[in-house]
Design a protein around this ligand. Structure first.
Ligand code: TLP
Length: 351
């Protein structure tokens, strides 16, 4: 990356399509996908289902819609959904789980993003006329607000066991499930085996411009197709979205390792700095989350100083900052970021 260019570490959603993706769009075979006739979409959906070891998959425009379609296809209005208290569905999806799906979200706190099976067990109340019917548990992997932490397959299995005992389904927001797989060095199927449905995004670390996939049983996907239509997500020549998705699944998964190495490098450099509280144990994939000591600086000042030095980051909460590494960010960029952070933190902003 040239010195004058901005180093954008706000999210892996800022990634641009590769030349091969743009070529694939140009040459894609297209059809009307509402009729199920787009061959490129059908190919991607088959690939996704196979990769996740499920029966079927459905292409939708965004991760938010993927979660909403999944949640609605697993429940009926008025029911109760357990989810982790910092989860994306609860925090960042504009309340669609309540306002559109008509569900009661029931947040459960956790240490690092993985709901403890004992806490789920304790939260499930006996079926009774007073209580909404509990039907679904949502997990998130990797966990965004916990800093890209991985929920291990064994943890998913334990949650799913408790869920099954109580007749609940499990949906996984796997927006970054390939980061989890690469981070642990296991096949992605290890993470999908114990969930009923999942979604994953093409438009994050995999670098596609648009698109997410909902994956599950054939019956579930049939319902999801109808729900997607209700939400206005039925698309026509959607092969233009699917074509780069195919390239992503074939070519962009293994390189996520590089993003993880860059995140680790950056985290280790800045964890040592005065005024930064960063738990290196939680740096497991492509995110670096940390807190700023409020006696030293605030997120507004910190982000402004960074921006003036050509680096962009996001505040996830008051004084909590997130960097995300991704395709297009190289070692030189994280080296520069580390030195910018060091010089910013060495200044005295607050009297
Ligand atoms: N997350 C975005 C923002 O919304 C915060 C980001 O920059 O990380 N699940 C998870 C775990 C996500 O991180 C996101 C996007 C989504 C779902 C929603 O995906 P989109 O943005 O495609 O609707």
């Amino acid at each position: 990356m040239k010195e004058t260019e901005i180093i954008d570490l706000r999210s892996d959603t800022v990634t641009l399509p590769t030349d091969e993706m743009l070529e694939a769009i140009r040459h894609a075979n297209l059809g009307d996908d509402v009729f199920g006739e787009d061959p490129t979409v059908n190919q991607l959906q088959e690939m996704a289902a196979q990769r996740m070891d499920k029966e079927a998959a459905l292409l939708v425009p965004s991760g938010t819609q993927a979660n909403l379609v999944s949640v609605m296809s697993n429940t009926e209005r008025g029911e109760l959904v357990f989810l982790e208290s910092q989860s994306h569905i609860y925090w960042y999806e504009a309340g669609g789980i309540s306002s559109i799906a008509g569900l009661l979200p029931w947040p459960i706190k956790s240490e690092t993003g993985a709901i403890d099976p004992y806490d789920l067990e304790a939260a499930v109340r006996p079926r009774n006329v007073h209580f909404p019917e509990p039907t679904l548990v949502c997990i998130e992997n990797t966990h965004n607000r916990h800093g890209g932490t991985i929920m291990k397959p064994v943890q998913i299995e334990s949650i799913s066991q408790v869920a099954k005992e109580h007749g609940l389904k499990v949906h996984m927001d796997g927006a970054r499930i390939f980061n989890a797989a690469i981070g642990l060095g296991v096949d992605v199927k290890e993470f999908t085996r114990h969930v009923d449905s999942l979604m994953f995004c093409l438009s994050k670390g995999l670098s596609c411009p648009i698109g997410s996939l909902v994956v599950g049983s054939r019956e579930f996907i049939e319902k999801a197709r109808r729900v997607r239509k209700v939400l206005g997500g039925g698309m026509r020549q959607a092969g233009v979205i699917a074509a780069p998705g195919i390239v992503a699944l074939e070519k962009m998964v293994d390189r996520l390792r590089e993003d993880h190495e860059n995140a680790r490098f950056l985290a280790e450099k800045i964890a040592k700095l005065d005024g930064i509280r960063l738990n290196l144990k939680n740096v497991q994939t492509n995110m670096v989350s940390f807190e700023l000591d409020p006696a030293k600086t605030t997120d507004d000042i910190f982000l402004k100083e960074l921006k003036e030095n050509g680096v962009l980051a996001l505040a996830q909460s008051k004084n909590k900052i997130r960097f995300v590494t991704h395709y297009g960010i190289c070692r030189e960029d994280v080296e520069k970021t580390a030195s910018v952070v060091e010089s910013v933190m060495s200044k005295k902003f607050l009297a």
